[in-house]
Write a protein that binds this ligand. Structure first.
Ligand SMILES: *Cc1c(COP(=O)(O)O)cnc(C)c1O
Length: 378
């Protein structure tokens, strides 16, 4: 056989610098090895589960699985347009919003350009920028000891915009910090952003918000043409496995983004399930109400055990466990409790905990207590 070339050197420079997305753990392997069911609180999934109507619709779609899905996603777009009070031409569908976040950088940024985001932001933003060959710039986050610890510092982000900035990503609420910013701060921020810098507001956790100062950026699409807002069916709609996300924006901007969309990127079962889920507001509200209640309860329980819990508007909590965090994480994993390590986000003394069902949260607390007991006697 011929000598293999240096494949890394064959990749374009951006890809050479890239490391693949880190999903935390190999959950399939963990499940296979586990003696009992795992308590999976590492991926911000919604274990309340999807609407039964969504599952029924997905099932019905499978009968037609030999056909290509609707490449325009027309039915889902019309339903989303009605839901958000915008035009269908303002919607871009993605195989999860992850795909769209990648697409935006592919379209807007290249070598020599800058893509801006906050430190402790979602890992995909850096991946998207680097894959496009652009420079990824991280603005410093708010101080850890402040009112909105590790949150987006909108002033610092605005100050970091240069003539080379093509695109910037915000998340509201942000993953993994759980932090959010209010509407007044956002509007003041937008007034400082040049119209040729595309601003992406990732609202993957919007449904879980109950902070009164929060407002969706969707309400501002009419004011700021360079604004793109992403949403997903993976979290509150509990359809992560079917991969449906979408972006909202000016129809002319959406049309440009459409050019690089893979023709059948969204599958038929996902399209059907998402549309049906959108029609089941009762089921959605039920899951969200449980998650908000459990978010407060779990935060209180962890706080009572002496842990620092960061304020969160998502379906997860960022929790500081101190210097022993890696050992604690392994011990939890050995007992079948999966959380998300945060070293990759520059927070090695923290873990991110998905707010689960009452039973899942109780199990987490019981295992934490057990481990603490073991340490006292060990
Ligand atoms: C989970 C998450 C998403 C959603 O990803 P999908 O690809 O739609 O499943 C997007 N942004 C953030 C910040 C997330 O945490």
């Amino acid at each position: 056989m011929n000598e293999a070339p240096d494949f890394d050197a064959l990749a374009q420079p951006g890809i050479r610098r890239l490391r693949a997305y880190d999903p935390g753990h190999d959950l399939v392997a963990l499940r296979r090895r586990a003696e009992h069911a795992l308590t999976e609180l590492g991926s911000n999934e919604n274990s309340h589960g999807p609407s039964p109507r969504a599952l029924e619709a997905a099932h019905a779609a499978l009968g037609e699985a030999f056909r290509y899905p609707d490449p325009l996603g027309g039915d889902l777009k019309r339903a989303l347009a009605a839901h958000h009070g915008i035009a269908a031409s303002q919607i871009l569908l993605g195989n999860g919003s992850h795909e769209l976040l990648m697409q935006f950088a592919q379209v807007c940024a290249g070598p020599g350009d800058e893509v801006l985001a906050s430190r402790h932001g979602f890992a995909v933003y850096g991946l998207a920028a680097t894959a496009a060959g652009a420079s990824f710039i991280q603005a410093e986050a708010l101080p850890r000891e402040g009112a909105m610890p590790l949150g987006h510092d909108l002033d610092t982000i605005a100050n970091a915009i240069t003539p080379r900035t093509r695109l910037l990503y915000l998340a509201n609420p942000n993953n993994p910090t759980g932090t959010w910013y209010g509407d007044d701060a956002f509007q003041a921020f937008m007034r400082r952003v040049p119209t040729d810098v595309i601003v992406v507001v990732d609202e993957a956790y919007a449904e879980y918000v109950d902070a009164p100062d929060w407002r969706s950026a969707i309400d501002h699409l009419g004011s700021w043409p360079q604004l793109l807002v992403t949403r997903t069916f993976s979290k509150a709609h509990a359809l992560a496995g079917l991969r449906i996300g979408y972006a909202l924006g000016d129809s002319r901007l959406i049309a440009v983004m459409e050019r690089v969309r893979e023709s059948f990127n969204v599958n038929a079962a996902g399209l059907a399930a998402a549309e049906a889920s959108l029609g089941d507001a009762v089921h959605l509200a039920e899951g969200v109400a449980i998650a908000r209640r459990e978010r407060a309860a779990l935060a209180g329980s962890l706080l009572a055990r002496g842990m620092r819990v960061f304020p969160s508007q998502g379906n997860f909590l960022l929790v500081e466990f101190g210097a022993d965090t890696p050992a604690l994480e392994s011990a939890l994993l050995a007992r079948g409790v999966v959380l998300r390590p945060m070293a990759g986000y520059g927070l090695p003394d923290c873990l991110r905990i998905t707010v689960g069902t009452p039973a899942e949260n109780a199990r987490l607390l019981a295992v934490l207590d057990d481990l603490a007991e073991g340490r006292r006697h060990g």
